[in-house]
Design a protein around this ligand. Structure first.
Ligand SMILES: [Zn+2]
Length: 254
């Protein structure tokens, strides 16, 4: 699978989805991290961006657009178009479009525009930024990735951004990132997870649906055998399997 990840600045992708990036790489996916611009401390942050990608084992493209040029504009969308055409990804990740940072918002909108003609899934990652509170409904965690084996490499990939650590609160910042991963993990019954809001998903559930069907069929048979001698139990079992049928996309009659 080919995966493209967009971040406005060095460190954004590591913070938002470093565990998922490492997991894609470990799965053998081709993954390219794209940094749109470096707003300050240029040489240092370019070096840190390379180190962050190296820790995660990903490839890196530094677009290095002038900061004032980054926006929901033709220049930015043209650059993103070029990358999407060259890579032809199956899956694209970008910032959450309601992030409180103007560059994050602009990159997200530009990626959504650039992905208009491509047959790729598009997900938005969750940022942890100081004071990043926004009005409205808030981030909708719709898609989860178990990053339990990758939480340490995620934190290492953030720690190479030395220039950002102090100004973002040092350990406090890292605790926030780790704490959020733990919260998202708790929501899906694993130790650590990262969450995404879905813009579009293209046929991602077909493979998963077949795998789950095998497991669910076996469970249903086991329950039937146990329930056969007693009619009351049989009825209760058939109610128990309602969730299984929902998982298969086939709903029992009521
Ligand atoms: Zn940023």
């Amino acid at each position: 699978m080919r995966v493209l990840v967009f971040g406005a600045h060095p460190d954004d992708m590591e913070i938002g989805m470093g565990g998922t990036i490492a997991k894609h790489v470990a799965a053998g996916d081709e993954l390219l991290m794209v940094v749109a611009t470096v707003p300050s401390n240029r040489e240092t942050r370019l070096r840190e961006a390379r180190e962050g990608a190296e820790v995660l084992g990903a490839q890196l493209e530094l677009l290095d657009l002038p900061p004032d040029d980054v926006g929901m504009n033709r220049r930015t969308i043209r650059e993103f178009d070029r990358l999407l055409s060259a890579v032809d990804p199956h899956l694209v990740y970008t910032h959450w479009d309601q992030d409180s940072h103007q560059d994050h918002m602009a990159v997200s909108r530009a990626v959504i525009a650039a992905a208009r003609r491509n047959r790729c899934s598009l997900l938005m990652y969750e940022q942890t930024i100081p004071g990043g509170v926004v009005p409205g409904g808030g981030f909708k965690a719709q898609s989860f990735v178990d990053i339990s084996p990758f939480i340490d490499v995620k934190c290492q990939s953030i720690l190479v951004h030395h220039s950002q650590i102090e100004q973002n609160g040092g350990d406090w910042w890292l605790d926030g990132v780790r704490g959020r991963a733990m919260y998202r993990g708790y929501q899906m019954n694993v130790r650590y997870a990262e969450a995404f809001e879905v813009v579009k998903e293209i046929e991602v559930h077909f493979g998963n649906g077949r795998r789950d069907a095998v497991r669910i069929t076996r469970r249903r048979e086991d329950k039937r055998q146990r329930a056969e001698p007693d009619g009351a139990v049989t009825r209760r079992v058939s109610e128990d399997t309602t969730d299984d049928w929902h998982a298969l996309g086939r709903f029992p009659e009521r």
